[in-house]
Design a protein around this ligand. Structure first.
Ligand code: LMR
Length: 397
């Protein structure tokens, strides 16, 4: 049966973890996957999470099946966070939200639903985008193409190219947009540019699908989520997948969601019924623990305030690492201007290093980033940053 099965290539991001774990170099640094580590190089367990888990352990509950769409208190906390507590979108019942297995799960539930709804639609993702976007929508049965995004020469966004491509897309095209902290480039649209994108997707009757996996890592929770309000105000139906992997440091719990903004409550009820079929036929219903932790934190005012403080601390530390990296690269002898690293936002720096240079960083120095030149600056700390910058200086010459 399996004679003809070919060996699949390693995943371009998670595959690096496998290589990193097998590397015996004591100086190794993993800047591959998008994970935040603290200044001691440790994955943090947030205090708000610890407190919520303590409360949960003090009143332990049996684990029955969750509803197909997840914990009601979780779904409602997600709606309030993403669309605004007390917002008209939430109050009117127009948002259908389901708990999903991380942000990836939210994307996949949305992709499968869209495939049933619009089987012939094309999907447009940014060039470049998170590697898994193309794979995930292709595996859901879509033809995936790209709209221009990154402008390497100007170290920024090719906004004219992006708008032109969106303007040329046929009605019904699904457009994947990064709500904040663009992965991998770290370059986000300005508020004014978002207004233009919102106007084009509306005028061209495109289907916006926002991926918001890094809310709170750019300028702040509200600031990073502001684009959602723009799409709501425009009166368009749209999708948004969200994740608490990074913002709660709950990577392994797979806590995310998919929300779909519909025209009215009756439509949202019908959409929700279809999302539930997608979930039921894939994994039946979501797990309990992570969703319960997040719901407890978001629905308890003191814990919510603590979460915001802890998230802000992660955001500030990443920015400090960006500033330090620019200075240390210069001090290590890198001639080219690397100040763009400070302009980029979120967990990543799109360093501009070539594939050969990234391979050398890995094979000669055990510094792991993706072949595309993406480095996770959230994994830098005061102990490894000198080594990383010295290694980069060696490979860029
Ligand atoms: C990343 O881009 O590194 C993260 O989103 C983790 C992942 O699943 O790829």
């Amino acid at each position: 049966l399996f004679n003809a099965v070919e060996m699949a290539p390693r995943d371009p991001i998670l595959g690096l973890n496998e290589q990193f774990n097998a590397d015996s170099n004591p100086d190794k640094v993993n800047l591959g996957v998008g994970v935040y580590y603290d200044d001691n190089g440790k994955l943090p367990l947030l205090e708000c999470v610890k407190t919520a888990e303590k409360q949960m352990m003090e009143a332990p509950k049996a684990r029955g099946y969750l509803p197909i769409d997840g914990i009601a208190a979780y779904d409602s906390a997600v709606k309030n966070l993403v669309f605004g507590a007390g917002s008209d979108a939430v109050k009117s019942g127009r948002v259908a939200t389901v708990q999903a297995l991380g942000g990836t799960g939210g994307l996949k539930v949305g992709a499968d639903f869209l495939k049933r709804l619009s089987p012939n639609a094309k999907v447009l993702i940014s060039d470049p985008s998170w590697e898994n976007h193309r794979a995930l929508f292709t595996n859901a049965g879509f033809v995936v193409e790209a709209y221009p995004y990154y402008d390497a020469a100007r170290r920024g966004i090719n906004f004219d190219g992006m708008l032109t491509a969106l303007n040329a897309a046929p009605a019904g095209t699904i457009v994947l947009l990064h709500a904040c902290c663009h992965n991998p480039t770290g370059y986000d649209l300005t508020a004014g540019q978002w207004d233009q994108v919102v106007a084009v997707t509306k005028a061209r009757q495109l289907v916006p699908f926002l991926d918001m996996a890094y809310q709170g890592f750019g300028a702040g929770i509200a600031e990073d989520g502001a684009v959602i309000g723009k799409f709501v105000a425009s009166g368009q139906d749209f999708f948004v997948s969200t994740s608490f992997s990074k913002s709660f440091s709950l990577y392994g719990e797979r806590v995310g969601a998919l929300s779909v903004l519909c025209s009215n409550k009756e439509e949202a009820d019908r959409v929700l019924s279809q999302l539930k079929i997608v979930i039921r036929t894939n994994y039946s219903n979501p797990p309990t623990h992570g969703g319960q932790v997040v719901a407890t934190v978001l629905n308890t005012p003191e814990l919510r305030a603590l979460w915001e403080k802890e998230l802000a601390a992660m955001r500030v530390r990443i920015k400090q690492m960006r500033t330090a990296m620019v200075q240390k690269l210069k001090a290590a002898g890198v001639k080219q201007d690397m100040s763009f690293i400070e302009q980029q936002v979120g967990m990543f720096s799109y360093s501009g290093l070539t594939k050969d240079q990234m391979v050398r960083l890995r094979s000669e120095f055990s510094v792991y980033g993706t072949d595309t030149g993406r480095m996770c600056v959230a994994a830098l700390n005061s102990r490894n940053i000198d080594y990383v910058c010295a290694c980069i200086a060696k490979v860029v010459g």
